[in-house]
Ligand binder design. Structure first.
Ligand code: UD1
Ligand code: CA
Length: 458
């Protein structure tokens, strides 16, 4: 392809998506954690050379806000069909681009390679555009491709106006086109209102080219899955399953093991290093980066978390947390926002850590809550330890030194500082700072009275 060729992607996203029965614009419904629209933009990234243009209408503000800097948006108001939608981009794009890829934002499974093929086909086509078709037994309401006896594409007929014979046609309009821009603007103006729904159908550009005796090229695609279009929530769930499988396969091909991919839910954009194993029933969401040689799950939920190498996360929940190398948590550990576990930290069952740093080698085996705390290296947190960090108004910090031994069931009433090497007795309620290498004990059980022993004879 010529280097200087300017290619712009146009995504049609103005429709409400009535069949979704939702207040949210259809294109913002998530698929593997990211809006449908994100997936389409992602697939077009390496294909287009210019910033994409999204035609918005229903929920325009919401969609435009979501797009931010990632695309330009153009308003279509009212929404008079896909041809009318494409027409709205003329003032922005005329004279600014050589090729225009037009696709529908409700087709999130189309791959980058497929768009590339489409552009390459159009590049060799002396005619004004190329389009993507798919041969499938289930027509799913798609437009049918009409071909001339010599095989060239003659028209696209929408299902609602197709004759019974045309409805039998197995070649369908997948919903992606690559146009010669200069030709497109003129052709869009020639589209007439379709008698079906009274809309201007983009698909009518085929007949316009044919009338002018210009060749239209079709890229016939064979991956039915890629052309799942989302009109209902059932389609959305089908697309979700397909996308999830695609994501899981790509991780496995990159060296990640999954004992049961069908119960492994990894969102788009998550990064996982090689020789990490993901066990069943595990959910990995958001901006999560996982290193190498970890074992994650079973039964874990990991969100916006950074995991180093060699960690074990068993039946645990983490959110906005950092685990450095060789950290081992669970079963039933919970890391909340701002939990930072440095190397070799061990956290056992029923612990919760929030806004706290546990330095290298800290051990926290059972039933503890650590909030707003900084815990020095190799300190041991006994079972049932609690940082009482909240005084009813604000969160107070707890600082614990290195090699400290916090006895079981200690209450650490913040703000509090405990020096290096200090020890607290079981059940201590610590309200004052503890100097280094000092033992504090509190509230030992007192003898109240001695029971009279009943003699066995009585
Ligand atoms: C469309 C095609 C059909 C194709 C199918 C593939 C037309 C006329 N039909 O049908 O041939 O097989 O996609 O998925 O193009 N939109 C706007 N403005 C409008 C109307 C729609 O931006 O005025 C957007 C929608 O938000 C949607 C996309 O265009 O993202 C497609 O519209 P939709 O109504 O879903 O078209 P289909 O009936 O699926
Ligand atoms: Ca559609």
């Amino acid at each position: 392809m010529e280097k200087h060729m300017k290619i712009t992607a146009v995504l049609l996203a103005a429709g409400q998506g009535t069949r979704m029965k939702s207040d949210m614009p259809k294109v913002l419904h998530p698929l593997c954690g990211k809006p449908m629209l994100w997936h389409v933009l992602e697939s077009l990234k390496e294909v287009a050379t210019e910033k994409p243009v999204v035609v918005v209408g229903y929920g325009a503000d919401e969609v435009t806000e979501y797009l931010g800097d990632s695309a330009r948006s153009v308003l279509q108001e009212p929404q008079l069909g896909t041809g009318h939608a494409a027409m709205q981009t003329e003032s922005l794009l005329k004279g600014k681009t050589d090729m225009v890829i037009v696709t529908y934002a409700d087709m999130p499974l189309l791959r980058n390679e497929t768009f590339k093929r489409l552009v390459e086909t159009q590049h060799l086509n002396p005619g004004p555009f190329s389009l993507l078709t798919i041969i499938a037994d289930d027509p799913r309401g798609f437009g049918r491709i009409i071909r001339k006896p010599n095989g060239t594409v003659e028209a696209i007929v929408e299902e609602n106006i197709a004759t019974p014979e045309q409805k039998q046609i197995k070649e369908l309009n997948a919903g992606a086109y690559c146009f010669n821009a200069d030709w497109l603007w003129g052709a869009l103006k020639r589209i007439e209102k379709n008698p079906g729904k009274g809309e201007y159908y983009l698909t009518d550009v085929v007949e316009i080219a044919v009338k002018d005796e210009l060749p239209v090229q079709a890229v016939v695609h064979d991956d039915f899955i890629e052309t799942i279009g989302i009109n209902t929530r059932i389609h959305l769930s089908e697309a979700e399953a397909a996308m999830r499988q695609r994501i899981n396969h790509s991780h496995m091909l990159n060296g990640v093991s999954m004992t049961d991919p069908t119960s492994t839910y990894i969102e788009a954009g998550v990064k996982i290093g090689k020789d990490t194993t993901i066990m069943p029933n595990t959910y990995i969401h958001g901006n999560t980066v996982i290193g190498e040689r970890n074992v994650i799950g079973p039964n874990s939920v990991i969100r916006d978390t950074t995991v180093g190498n060699g960690c074990k996360i068993l039946a645990s929940v983490t959110e906005s947390a950092i685990l450095e190398d060789d950290v081992d948590i669970g079963p039933f550990a919970r890391l909340r926002k701002g939990a930072h576990l440095m190397r070799h930290v061990h956290m056992g069952n029923f612990g919760e850590v929030k806004d706290s740093t546990l330095h290298e080698g800290v051990k926290m085996g059972h039933f503890s809550y650590i909030g707003n705390a900084n815990i020095g290296a190799n300190t041991n947190i006994g079972a049932g330890t609690i940082t009482a960090n909240y005084d009813g108004e604000k969160k107070n910090p707890t600082t614990i030194g290195e090699n400290v031994f916090i006895g079981s069931d200690t209450m650490l009433v913040a703000p509090l500082e405990i020096g290096d090497g200090a020890k607290t007795g079981a059940g201590a309620v610590v309200t004052k700072n503890v100097p280094e290498d000092t033992l504090v004990v509190g509230m030992p059980a007192r003898a109240i009275r001695k029971f009279e022993k009943k003699s066995k004879q009585q």
